[in-house]
Design a protein around this ligand. Structure first.
Ligand code: FNR
Length: 347
């Protein structure tokens, strides 16, 4: 069922969006090997369901870093939602809140974070940070996010330089859109391209720095190895997000479904481990949870939903994945996220 809702929304988005925007969203880096294998990764696992476990009531709700969620399904940070819908991140925030989910807002939002925070009408949200060459700009941004109610920072660690995409983005027209979060704090509203690039020279110490500046837990995004996860937690990370940026950074990076068990093994007892990349169904999410993830994030499906039907589309997408998860949890003999059967997932 989820597949049907998500496939319909993607088809509608493909019709609604200019080709260059569709390609910008859909594409991956290099030969798109990681992009493809993210999807295949989840499908490579099999489930070992339990029977006769009274699944008349299934509870998908959970809590991650103090945020209550209707289901462990969260919206991944992605740039410039204004390309998908005129209301941009305002629609995403409202639709996400309607579904009881959590928006992780990108630094590269097309709407200022203050407006996005207001649109969620009180719902928790997290803020994704690129530590830019202009460190004061970064600090100001993070302070603004904390002041407007962000409950965690998500530090993207896998983007020292932007991955080169196979599908051309040459024709990508951003019209009057701009990086609204950054423009506000720059003289004359003109963003210096170089100053807002991710600083390729940052190291593990920025984790502590961001925590100090914001007072918020810092989740490191882009972790694909147990030893890296350990180093991030030692440096003060409050969580790790297993991600290869949806196959948009290092091509041939391992699919996240394969990296997840190693990261859970390394730090799962201490901090929440989240995962994204190719999660499209309730079963994908159940596999991730069974492997020890605290929650999954959806990237492209939410962009398609936004392009297809704005705020309502986003709610529909998240509700569909949540309903699908509840259904497959029942079939697997899992009454709640907290009490998943031991040994649920096998290869
Ligand atoms: C992204 N992603 C991303 N990540 C991030 O930390 N900051 C960002 O600004 C963006 N921007 C962005 C734009 C677009 C168009 C896409 C598709 C992705 C990566 C995103 O957070 C997430 O890791 C992946 O999208 C997850 O994979 P799926 O669900 O798209 O397969």
């Amino acid at each position: 069922m989820t597949l049907r809702v998500l496939a319909r929304q993607e088809a509608q988005a493909e019709l609604a969006l200019p080709r260059s925007t569709y390609d910008y969203y859909a594409g991956g880096s290099g030969e798109e090997i990681t992009l493809e294998s993210n999807l295949a990764g989840w499908r490579g696992y099999r489930l070992r369901p339990r029977v006769l476990r009274d699944v008349a009531e299934v509870d998908t709700s959970t809590e991650v870093l103090g945020t209550r969620l209707a289901a462990p399904v969260v919206v991944a940070p992605s740039a410039l939602h204004g390309l998908a819908h005129p209301d941009g991140e305002v629609a995403t925030a409202a639709g996400t809140a309607d579904s009881g989910s959590l928006l992780c807002l990108s630094t590269r939002s097309s709407v200022p974070l203050e407006e996005v925070a207001a649109a969620g009408s009180g719902a928790d949200w997290w803020f994704q940070v690129y530590v830019m060459r202009d460190r004061e700009l970064t600090e100001g941004l993070v302070r603004r996010a904390a002041a407007h109610g962000a409950k965690a920072l998500v530090l993207t660690g896998d983007t020292p330089y932007v991955g080169l995409k196979k599908r051309t983005t040459e024709g990508l027209s951003v019209g009057s859109l701009h990086l609204a979060n950054l423009a506000q704090h720059v003289a004359g509203g003109v963003v210096d391209q170089r100053a807002t690039e991710q600083d390729p020279g940052i190291g593990l110490d920025v984790i502590g720095w961001l925590h100090e500046v914001s007072g918020l837990p810092v989740v490191v995004k882009g972790v694909l190895r147990g030893d890296d996860a350990r180093d991030c937690v030692s440096a003060g990370a409050g969580g790790v997000l297993v991600s290869n940026h949806g196959g948009r950074q290092l091509d041939r990076a391992v699919p996240t479904a394969l990296a997840l068990p190693e990261v859970v093994e390394a730090v799962g007892a201490e901090v929440p481990v989240l995962v994204d990349g190719g999660v499209r169904t309730g079963v994908d999410a159940l596999v991730a949870l069974g492997l020890g993830a605290s929650a999954v994030l959806l990237g492209r499906p939410v962009l398609w939903a936004l392009a297809a039907a704005g705020r309502a589309g986003v709610t529909q997408c998240l509700d569909a994945v949540r309903a699908d998860l509840a259904h497959v949890m029942a079939l697997a003999g899992a009454r709640s996220v907290a009490e998943l059967p031991e040994g649920l997932v096998t290869r």
